[in-house]
Design a protein around this ligand. Sequence first.
Ligand SMILES: Cc1cc2nc3c(=O)[nH]c(=O)nc-3n(C[C@H](O)[C@H](O)[C@H](O)COP(=O)(O)OP(=O)(O)OC[C@H]3O[C@@H](n4cnc5c(N)ncnc54)[C@H](O)[C@@H]3O)c2cc1C
Length: 411
Amino acid sequence: MKSFKLTLGQDKELHRGQLFWHTTTERAAFYPALIEDQACQIAIIGGGMSGAILAHQLSQASHDIIVVDKLQPGIGSSLGNTGIIQYHSDRALKDFIRIEGEQTAKDFYQLCHDAMKRLDRIIEDLGAEVGYQPLESVYITHEVKDASAFKQETKSLIEHGFPAEYLSREALARDCGLVGEHGLITRDDAMINPFKLIQALHEDSLRRGVKLFGNTIVKQVSRKRGQERITIETAEGHHIVAERVIFCTGYLEDFPALKNRDQLHSTYSVVTQPIKGPIWPKRRMVWDAADPYLYFRVTEDDRLIAGGLDETTDELSDMTTILQRAEQLLEQVRSYYPSLEAEPYVAWQSVFGVSRDELPFIGQDPKLDQVYYALGFGGNGTCYSVAAADILSCLIEGREHPYAYVVDPAR
Ligand SMILES: Cc1cc2nc3c(=O)[nH]c(=O)nc-3n(C[C@H](O)[C@H](O)[C@H](O)COP(=O)(O)OP(=O)(O)OC[C@H]3O[C@@H](n4cnc5c(N)ncnc54)[C@H](O)[C@@H]3O)c2cc1C
């Protein structure tokens, strides 16, 4: 097998400000650092949403798995996650069809829609309380001129078998209690508490024999000439020897195989005190892909969580700016739901990664056998984490996955 050496260890700040999800549970476990050499079949680097779902799924098939994380699992980008889980991508299906062709676009949307159903089963099997609730989303705009774009997208989704419905200004007000010119409802979406889900998945995986080490920075991953096994070296000089390695390292680490990777961006989030007045009907999750970007929903305990005002820089701002952006986000939310009565509680800014074609990187390294990536670059991160678990299980177990080609890192 081909020899290689990959160097890791980006220590850039992922978030600034005060985050929220870890304050919603007392169930978080502490995972000690790796202090002696280990061996396993599959080493997963990164124990965030992608690593947690992958370890959980692969451990069901009796693989011998070690997960290592430089932090405590769930504290990476997954802690910034607003918990709006959707099959609809930031890039509309009709635009995907225009750019990638009908089959690829349909397959990508099918991959995401299947992931929503798969997530539902994962949570049912887990049987843990993770703030999960199937919920509809409303894609909304204030732009009168977007009528045909919204109608075409609804038509395209329905024609390809995805649940969607167009809403006029009147229907938005009547059915959703929201102000906007056009709306598009997508079904089969869900809300989640990402931190609770990660904790519950790891807890269950540990019962199945998965080993998990926190506070363990991986510095180098290599395979020597003539050897089959891969060696993972930590910053403390300990080693894990594995048959396969899966990188679930989130947005920061870079890999030569990822040609389509784009520069890092940043985004702001705010969580309010519990909403005092009425909440819009059915508490649908709301998003507007315009510039400035906006998405919001209601948490399990009636707080508003909103995110957006994305910037094309990974330089994080000072706290004054973060708090100003939090107020701006709430003003934006009020433009869709004027009766909102809620005070800011916590606010933060996070770095996030995108790819040039707005697709994640999931699959085997194009040149290196037994080396895999589950990197959810782009908007629908949680959906991609679930899809990654399915695709990589297939690849590792020698089965075909019908949609793997769309997100293949070699594309
Ligand atoms: C502000 C914000 C809001 C979001 N909202 C949503 C949303 O509403 N819905 C949605 O679906 N998605 C959302 N996302 C995207 C989603 O959060 C991500 O897709 C998801 O968290 C990615 O999970 P991950 O496991 O790949 O990354 P992470 O959670 O970052 O996990 C990667 C882990 O790898 C570890 N690691 C990295 N390098 C090393 C190393 N060298 N050695 C050891 N460990 C290492 C890190 O410590 C980290 O814990 C949002 C993202 C952000 C930033």
